[in-house]
Design a protein around this ligand. Structure first.
Ligand code: C5P
Length: 218
């Protein structure tokens, strides 16, 4: 029996995570947060204080790491038995993730881990290369983006609401730097699949984005 797959790709901060989780819940499908795999690898590498750009070393860590995902209401991730959920969302983790994610051999090693999520009754897969590399045959594809300024503003608001210090200019710079790294890398760069539905969420509410994605499937 074929498993329906919906891929949602786009730059960081476009709302992919929130939209993907809401859509997966509505449809009763499984959910793959592929960014969390790269983030977990980054946490493992940072813990061992190795050079994030040393491909052979990072590949070894990627092969050895044991990841467990629990996704009831909130995503809980364990790395080699340790709950690393609270470290996943840090800016430093995201930035380190985009460095290890640029290594071609690392992406190859992590490919099967991602494909394994494709199980009945269906899968919503969120990332950068879900529709282009990991699930090129997906029945439904979305490319969700927003302007860098709007994505920075949302991230800033999120941090402030959580009681963190935040600097809008610094966040904007980091978002632009991460976009550049994700789009310019040689292997599986962030790009829109030519059969994807393009959604710019800059001036849209969360609910209208979710509705547009659900319309694609119904
Ligand atoms: O989506 P998220 O911000 O969690 O991803 C963190 C980093 O992991 C991204 O900046 C990107 O470099 C990398 N990533 C990737 N391919 C994916 C998902 C994430 O290269 N499918």
């Amino acid at each position: 029996m074929t498993v329906p797959v919906l891929t949602i790709d786009g730059p960081s901060g476009a709302g992919k995570g929130t939209v993907s989780r809401a859509v997966a819940k509505k449809l009763g499908w499984n959910y793959l947060d592929s960014g969390s795999i790269y983030r977990s690898l980054a946490i493992a590498a940072l813990k061992q204080a190795v050079d994030l750009a040393d491909e052979a070393v990072i590949v070894n860590i990627a092969q050895a790491m044991m990841l467990e995902f629990d996704c009831d209401d909130e995503l809980v991730v364990r790395l080699d038995g340790e709950d690393i959920t609270s470290q996943l969302g840090l800016e430093s983790t995201g930035n380190a993730a985009s460095i290890v994610a640029a290594l071609p051999e690392v992406r190859r090693v992590l490919l099967q881990k991602q494909k394994d999520f494709k199980q009945l009754p269906g899968l919503v897969a969120d990332g950068r290369d879900m529709g282009t590399v990991v699930f090129p045959d997906a029945e439904y594809k979305v490319f969700l983006t927003a302007s860098a300024a709007e994505r920075a503003r949302r991230r800033y608001k999120q941090l402030i609401e959580k009681g963190n210090d935040a600097n809008l200019i610094q966040i904007t710079n980091e978002i632009e730097e991460r976009d550049r790294r994700d789009m310019e890398r040689k292997t599986a760069p962030l790009a829109m699949a030519n059969d994807a539905l393009y959604i710019d969420s800059s001036d849209m509410t969360l609910n209208s984005v979710i509705e547009e994605v659900l319309n694609l499937i119904h």
